[in-house]
Ligand binder design. Structure first.
Ligand code: MOS
Length: 693
């Protein structure tokens, strides 16, 4: 019999909130260790070529310098899947800003001064850094991330387009964007008789632990990664990054703990970014708006270090029914840092092109854009034919339309004026895969009636620790005050990262399983004479899932005002309605969703990393030159969800919320800008110069 109210579904505040606001919570760069030394990275000043020499002696003559690691003396690393982690292993320069040395000194300031003064001479070669669709190096990669086929084709898309009553054929582009969590990447490494311990800011210690063991040729038991508090990630911390490897190398070489942190400027080079994309979308429809052809071709870039193939067009395999449907990806390897994951990689830029093209089709057909989506709603997966575990896109559109007041909308573009401002509204659909991955967790019952959960989850600000506590409390029939969740330590066994919106959908399964097993072993008094601990592993449970297509869906609405003289865009209102499975905690869920929508607004209006062709680098690498939406940019944002019960996911019915909020948000804004101005905007970001041109 339950004696306490359910914790799942309650708006529980973050359990570590007091520790964070009082400064008691320590982030990875803040662990106080004796004898700490500080490493600072020296970066390549050419975009392609080789290092001729590094004058380490010059740095060693500077105050406080303990040593300099270069390709000549750095510890050798074994192969890694991610070539960006093989730092200081050779003298090739593959992009401007690449790590060419690590200067280690007694203080951060001494290390930085010596690194910035470090004389390095290069033999430069011509570089190639600009993405264009007709680049002669364009090729079809073997697959796109994480393991989708590169191209798909059903039916004869060319013939269907030719015969279509209404056609849209447009090219859209999205720029490079850089993830900028509040906390830059940071690691402290220490070697002792037991091996390597690293305090590291990442989205999940399991992957970093495995990577370090491989790179340094260590037994898994000789590496421990601790990730207690993390100040955001957005994908940039979804795997090991070079700072961690450098800290571990330096700590081993110099025999003392070493801390390596990146500056904000270095974040724009060394930890990944969203690839720019160029996307051609061709739609064909009958006069009623029913699609007969959908063709989505996406171009993006990778580096010469590692093939990273963004899954930009994959969203078009899921969204709309069309008898002919083709998706293709092309990639070119440039002399640039390797792109990487950034919130909804693939779906975020892909939805911009697809959802803007659907808006163009609605206009061409003279149909309301929501009606257009209703009449193209598929019964099964459009490309592949699998059943959806649940799909409530139309409910989201209907509920969003009701809340937003869509019924009163005048469909004509460019006819509403309020002083200097043209006003308009727009809509777009959203989707993101809902997956669960194998994880392990322990649950312990103590004689005093308290419980402890351990799982190598990461709380990057989304509230994982809190939600895990809620799940455990309900499974144990306990109050959340009786449960302590310990997370962020590779020593707890393998667990999924906080990534791909798979965190809670994976961790909640392992935690629930461990708690159910523990509860079965408890005496009637619920107080064991001695501590009982059980360990659960969901590997076989996840493997046994039936082959269904699992996705979250959503509807994004935006209202914009466009200044006819300056081209400035304001967004007084955004509203999103999502169908994302069971919502464990409405307080943290709302925060995640409006965070995603805010990032979508930022993508629509502000964010753009600008490549300088001459120097071969992104030139705006700080917050002065790279604007991210701030409070003054944001109007009213509402996030709602519909109750969705999907029994084909995981025991708690969780779909994950990390990414769905950003998908479609930029398209809703761009579509609203068209509705305001009667001019299509197909290239992000929607800066005043573009609006006025
Ligand atoms: Mo997120 S881009 O799935 O880490």
């Amino acid at each position: 019999m339950r004696t306490v109210p359910a914790a799942v579904g309650a708006p529980v505040s973050r359990v570590e909130g007091p520790a964070k606001v009082t400064g008691a919570a320590r982030y990875s760069g803040e662990i106080p260790l004796g004898q700490m030394a500080y490493g600072w990275v020296a970066q390549a000043s050419i975009a392609r070529g080789q290092i001729d020499s590094v004058d380490a002696a010059a740095a060693l003559g500077m105050p406080g310098v303990i040593g300099v690691l270069t390709y000549e003396n750095a510890p050798r690393l074994t192969a890694a899947a991610d070539g960006e982690l093989l730092v200081l292993q050779h003298n090739r320069v593959r992009y401007r800003g690449q790590v060419v040395a690590l200067v280690v000194a007694g203080t951060l300031e001494q290390a930085r001064a010596a690194a910035e003064a470090l004389p390095v001479s290069y033999a430069a070669e011509p570089h190639d850094v600009i993405l264009r669709a007709d680049h002669p190096g364009m090729y079809a990669p073997g697959h796109v991330n994480p393991n989708y086929v590169t191209d798909t084709a059903t039916g004869d898309v060319e013939a269907a387009l030719t015969g279509a009553a209404v056609q849209v054929d447009e090219t859209y582009s999205t720029p490079a964007e850089h993830n900028n969590p509040m906390e830059p990447h940071a690691a402290i490494a220490r070697w002792d008789d037991d091996g390597l311990t690293v305090w590291d800011s990442n989205q999940g210690p399991t992957l970093v632990h495995r990577t370090l063991a491989t790179l340094f040729g260590l037994e898994a038991s000789a590496v421990r990664v601790i990730t207690e508090h993390v100040g955001g990630g957005f994908g940039a911390k979804g795997s090991a990054r070079p700072h961690t490897v450098l800290a571990a190398m330096a700590a081993r070489t110099f025999g003392r703990p070493v801390r390596v942190t990146f500056s904000r400027q270095q974040q724009f080079c060394l930890v990944g970014y969203r690839t720019p994309t160029i996307q051609q979308v061709r739609l064909g429809a009958d006069a009623d708006g029913r699609l007969v052809a959908l063709d989505h071709l996406a171009y993006s870039q990778t580096s010469t270090v590692l093939e990273f193939a963004e899954q930009t067009a994959v969203i078009s395999r899921v969204m709309y029914a069309s008898p002919s449907l083709r998706t293709r990806h092309r990639l070119v390897a440039l002399d640039v840092p390797t792109p990487r994951w950034m919130r909804a990689p693939g779906e975020a830029p892909g939805s911009f092109a697809l959802e803007c093209a659907m808006d163009e089709l609605a206009d061409a057909c003279g149909i309301d854009p929501i009606e257009l989506r209703v009449c193209n709603e598929p019964a099964v997966e459009p490309e592949g034919g699998r059943q959806f575990s649940s799909r409530h896109l139309l409910d989201c559109l209907a509920e969003g339309a009701r809340r937003f007041g869509w019924a009163d909308r005048d469909p004509r573009p460019g006819v509403r004026r309020d002083g200097r401002w043209l006003t308009g509204t727009g809509v777009a659909s959203s989707t993101y895969p809902a997956r669960s991955m194998a994880s392990t967790a322990t649950a312990s019952a103590w004689p005093d009636g308290s419980y402890e959960i351990t799982i190598a989850a990461a709380d990057i600000g989304q509230g994982a620790r809190t939600a895990i506590t809620q799940v455990a409390a309900d499974e144990l029939g306990a109050d959340i005050a009786q449960v302590t969740a310990r997370i962020g330590d590779s020593g707890y066994g393998p667990a999924m990262i906080a990534g791909g919106s798979m965190g809670m959908a994976s961790w909640s399964w392992a935690v629930a399983k461990a708690c159910r097993q523990l509860r079965a072993q408890l005496p009637a008094s619920l107080r064991p004479a001695e501590t009982i601990t059980v360990r659960a592993d969901t590997t076989s449970d996840v493997a046994a899932l039936p082959d269904l297509l699992r996705h979250s869906f959503g509807a994004q609405f935006a209202e914009v005002r466009v200044d006819v003289d300056t081209g400035e865009i304001r967004v007084p209102r955004m509203l999103g309605v999502f169908a994302a499975g069971r919502i464990l905690n409405p307080k943290t869920a709302r925060s995640q969703l409006i965070g995603g929508m805010t990032m979508g607004l930022s993508m629509a209006l502000h964010e753009e990393s600008i490549m300088d062709a001459q120097f071969g680098d992104y030139v705006n690498h700080d917050f002065a030159g790279y604007h991210i939406a701030a409070h003054a940019d944001i109007g009213a944002i509402e996030a709602h969800w519909i109750e969705e019960s999907d029994g084909q996911l995981n025991p708690l019915g969780v779909k994950g919320l990390g990414e769905i909020g950003i998908v479609g948000a930029a398209a809703a804004i761009a579509n609203a800008v068209w509705h305001a101005t009667a001019r299509r905007q197909r290239h992000l970001p929607l800066i005043p110069a573009r609006i006025l041109s």
